[in-house]
Each structure stands twice: as structure tokens, then as C-alpha cells.
Design a protein around this ligand. Structure first.
Ligand code: GLN
Length: 197
């Protein structure tokens, strides 16, 4: 199994390490490749879009064909996960900040996302969440977005305050927090198994 991590910008290495650990734990013979060019995602069995700056990641993936490859991979039923800025990119709809910055989204997860939903006062925080299919999970939020509307066929996996912070639509998984920043690999394990769609 080959897992691609979009390595344009953001917490790429942390996801690479988390995937390596997860493959080992699951006994899967596989490799993980961080990529910032076209041609790698199309040769992979799963893809992760990390956190970072959604405006920057969007520009880069749409300018060099990576975006089309992610969409194709998603449509073929392979697992696609976006964390934090990656969640923004997976979403179908954005808030006024996304619109104002002309951030193009992949539209793979039928939700509306709000950038920087938790405000300036709480730039980053950690909280234990109840995540469906996983259980209690220590979630790290960093200038996190949140889901404010959930469309048909989208399963809510976790809520925090008035927001949805984890959601799944078949093989597409979007998280407002950063599972790669804790030692717990359960979310990565769940993600790598999402290939029966
Ligand atoms: N605030 C960032 C954005 O809107 C996301 C933050 C993150 O990915 N840690 O792009």
C-alpha cells in the first residue's frame, strides 16, 4: 500500500511519521511518500492533506494538477483524509473568508466549513473528544476550522461546542484537529481501512 501526503506546506512530516507507525502497527506492507508534484497521488492507494495554510495549499494543488488527481483517487473509492487546513480543502462549501480569499476547494465532503472558527483567543488548545468508531480521543486544535453545515450522506463523527469537528462521507474523512500531533494512531488506523467504498 502506498500512502501519499500532500507535502506542499504544513505539518507534513508529522503525518508521514504517523502513517509509518500505523502501517507497522497494522502489519501492512506499505510506504508513505510526501509529494509536492503531480504523478504521485495517482499512483497511491490513499492520500492525506495536512494542516497548514489553506489558501497556499489550494493555490499549489490547483496549479499543478494534484487537485485533479486527489479528486480522481477519491472517486475511485480510496481513502482521503484532510486535517485542519486539509478539512477546508476537502469541503464543498466555505465561509466568507474562504470566498473572500478565492480559495478553491476540492468539494469532496458535502459540508460547509468556517475558517479559524475558534477565534484569536483560543488559537490552539487540546481537548478530549468522543469520536464515533474510535472512542475518547485527545484532539489538538491549532487555528482550527469547524464544520457549520452537514449535507446528506455525511456522518458526524465528533462535535465540540456548537460545531462538528470530524465528519465522514464514505471514503472521505475530514477533521478540524490534528491526529498526527499525538502518539495515538487510532484515527490513522481507521483512515487506512476506509477502502471498502
Ligand atoms: N487557519 C488555517 C487556515 O485557515 C488552518 C490552520 C491549520 O491547518 N493548523 O488555513
Amino acid at each position: 500500500m502506498r500512502v501519499a501526503v500532500i507535502g506542499v506546506q504544513g505539518d507534513v512530516e508529522e503525518h508521514v511519521i504517523a502513517v509509518k507507525k500505523t502501517l507497522k502497527k497494522l502489519g501492512i506492507d506499505g510506504e508513505v511518500v510526501a509529494t509536492r508534484r503531480a504523478g504521485v497521488v495517482s499512483e497511491s492507494d490513499a492520500v492525506i492533506i495536512p494542516g497548514g495554510e489553506s489558501t497556499t495549499i489550494s493555490k499549489l494543488i490547483f496549479s499543478d494538477g494534484i487537485a485533479d488527481e486527489i479528486i480522481e483517487l477519491a472517486e475511485s473509492g480510496k481513502p482521503v483524509m484532510g486535517t485542519c487546513a486539509g478539512l477546508i480543502l476537502l469541503s464543498k462549501y466555505g465561509d466568507e473568508q474562504v470566498i473572500k480569499t478565492d480559495t478553491r476547494l476540492l468539494g469532496l465532503l458535502n459540508v460547509r466549513v468556517k475558517r479559524n472558527a475558534f477565534g484569536r483567543q483560543r488559537e490552539s488548545f487540546q481537548v478530549e473528544l468522543d469520536v464515533k468508531h474510535i472512542g475518547r480521543f485527545d484532539a489538538v486544535f491549532i487555528r482550527a476550522p469547524a464544520i457549520v453545515e452537514v449535507g446528506k450522506n455525511v456522518e458526524v463523527l465528533a462535535r465540540f461546542e456548537e460545531y462538528v469537528v470530524a465528519a465522514q462521507e464514505n471514503n472521505i474523512l475530514g477533521l478540524a484537529f490534528h491526529p498526527e500531533l499525538t502518539d495515538d494512531t487510532r484515527i490513522h488506523e481507521y483512515f487506512l481501512r476506509l477502502n471498502e467504498f
